[in-house]
Write a protein that binds this ligand. Sequence first.
Ligand code: IVH
Length: 682
Amino acid sequence: MTDKEAIKEEILSLSKKIDHYNTQYYQNDTSEISDYDFDMLIQRLVELEEKHPEYRLADSPTLRVGGAITKNFPTVRHKYRMLSLGNTYSAEDLDDFHNRIVKSIGDSFEYICELKFDGVAISLWYENGILTKAVTRGDGVQGDDVTPNARTIQTIPLVVKGENIPEFFEVRGEVFMTKGAFQKINEGIAEENKEREVAGKKPLKLLANPRNAASGTLKMQDSSVVAKRKLACFCYSLMGDSLPYEGHGDALKQLEKWGFNVSDSYRRCKTLDEVKAFIAEWEEKRLDFPVETDGIVIKVDSFHQQEELGFTAKSPRWAIAYKYKAESASTTLNEVTYQVGRTGAVTPVANLQPVFLAGTTVKRASLHNANEVDRLDLHLGDMVYIEKGGEIIPKITGVNKTKRPLNAEKVLFIHECPACGTPLEQKEGEAAHYCPNILSCPPQVRGRVEHFIQRKAMDVDSIGPETIDQLFSTGLIAEPADLYSLNKEQLISTLERFKEKSAEKLLEGVEKSKTIAFPRVLFGLGIRYVGATVAEKLAMAFGSIDKLAAASFEELIAVDEIGDRIAESVIEYFGEERNLTHVEKLKQAGVQLEMQAGAVVEVTSDALAGKSFVVSGVFAEFSRDELKDTIKQFGGKVVSGVSSKVDFLVAGDKMGPAKLEKAEKLGVQIISEEEFKKMVSE
Ligand code: IVH
């Protein structure tokens, strides 16, 4: 064998080997080789290919490992528009769809039904059998060229071999991340976050759901990261000029033969009843399908008939999507546990047999309060229906009583705090039960610390939930103010995994929080009904914690937007001795408990009382803030948006035309800086 032949041989055998390991890894989830050894094989192949490009295989595995970095994805015009599908949600809608077709082309036709995969649509262009472009849907007319990223997806053929390959054809499909791959990535992130917490770093965000994960990954700049993310693709359409296939079913078969990944879940349906049976069959089955699906796509099979039916402006008349209702699942209720929040409110939580729902595994659902537990008449072991409201916290929507186990135990709301054993109380007019042991009920204390250090309050990002647990369980802190008396030696000797560096980092974060302005400190105290905005209003109005603590009910409700409920809550808070002691401790620690000079405006005149102003643009004599302060000083009110309630718009240079137009339309008086000055000098 000559040297050249030997190289050709080595390239071929390396390519085969790597393909084999890739199949194992991507399709069978196993690896027979270490990452390092695998990388060495790739490296060797890259080297040989660089020296002898003439021997590189058109579908060389080196094309799949990525490496190309794309800063801005070029825009590409689609050859055929990428339309969307009309949606239906009920059997009646489906009947209408069917009847429209019958009316137009008669009743001799067949459907192909497919799952509607929930990922990102992709258009793949093949020229002479080679993948030349992968384009996202974009606005349907043009999309982004994501070819380097798409090449890393194992289930997208780089080269198509076989018979009848047209010079040009386009394949459309859905790029997705399987539920399993998604979960693994999130588990990895959660694991990494544990280490980050100890190192005092901000936690990384978990991926929201498989669909977002797929679309986010496909648009990543570094294709070698995409290669590691295990995306996959199901193909569902073959297009081209004058292709020889009778219908969609034939085209799918051809795609399979050419090596495209066509899901075998599709079915030919000769009647509408068969379509409905397919829909019913997958309603439950799709929950166990490895890919997220949100419905069924129903397509008229014959291309000739498709052409006859044509398109509306947005979608084909020969296809429709049947969407399943808000994702729901059923599972077993194992136990009801109770959570105690920082305010002492006790929330019942349903612990469920884990079930996959709309992108995540659900193990728990909130039951809100005792009334809800009663309403559902829950028994342990019940089959319950769960739904995702707003896609975040799942709720139990009902119980399948026909499946209730014999002698199942009824769930009765507890009478004592699950954390500290204190008898629970209910406040008049409220559904919630409370644990009154404010001082030493652990979750309440911990919750108050968590609230105090959160970003919107003191922003101590050097302490995560696990550290709070430790600080609390080791007795180092009992309330937020105790954070300011921690020291390094104490932390290192008491906390697990804490070393010099991590202790210093924690203390730095605490120290830095002393510069946080008063309104956020006030919010951090966690006074009931005093959220971030209310805290800001109170801080501005009273200027210091001492003045706020001394304020009467009347003085409190005189502040704009402060009502009875907030006023009562503030009075109750400062009526408690222990709260005053806590505030005193914070004061001693050097936390900001009053507004900095310049931040509060003393009202010295009522010349503008009862008038509200919007300030916009740039002014000659005042800065915008000075102008606002002047309005306040003269008893006026500053608001941010123009509405019919606004009296004056003080218009400076370069203000937006939209605001001006709106003010004119609503009859708001528009005044100049000069005119404003006159108003306050009179
Ligand atoms: S066919 C003319 N088949 O759903 C439209 N689409 O709203 C032809 N999708 O953007 C699309 N699974 O991303 C078709 N089996 C399937 C599908 C499917 C998911 C997505 C696709 C498209 C959207 C339509």
